[in-house]
Design a protein around this ligand. Sequence first.
Ligand SMILES: [Zn+2]
Length: 178
Amino acid sequence: MTKFNPYATSNAVLKGLGPTNGVRRIGDLVAMPLRAELPNRCVKCNREAHEPTPTRRLYWYPAWCYLFILVPLLLILVILATYKDAYIRPGLCRDHKRNRIEAITTAWVGVFVAITVPFMFADTGYLWPAVWFSIALLLGVIVCALRRGRLVYATRLDRREVWLAGCGEDFLDSLPGN
Ligand SMILES: [Zn+2]
């Protein structure tokens, strides 16, 4: 029989800070202390992560930066002055790693086609339709890349914690929290 140990960490503390080092679920988000490690699972489906899991740098800047969206130079300066960053290691299983590489490759092919097409039609009467096609293609590429290629992104970042969006339901379910 185990003896009572008055110095043992209480279960209540372990629940919040023990096995997951303070990594927890808040709704659809994952909150984690900056020095914590994410569980070594796929952040999309919670299967075992396929090694290696590279460290990724996440950026965050306040939403009010977009007030300057019509003045791109000012927007860039405000973002540079206010951004914060964090280094995290979000795992991916073999399938989700492959999906992401496919999405990124497809996006680059799309960008290449979008840049090339107007040049192909430069000396024809179809230049402007080609330009509109390229703009539509670029917008489509951006939307697809964000939906399929984006791993996780920071919705909040301060000196102690980062909040991550983009994790799958199974991974969220495996974390303590609500
Ligand atoms: Zn997965």
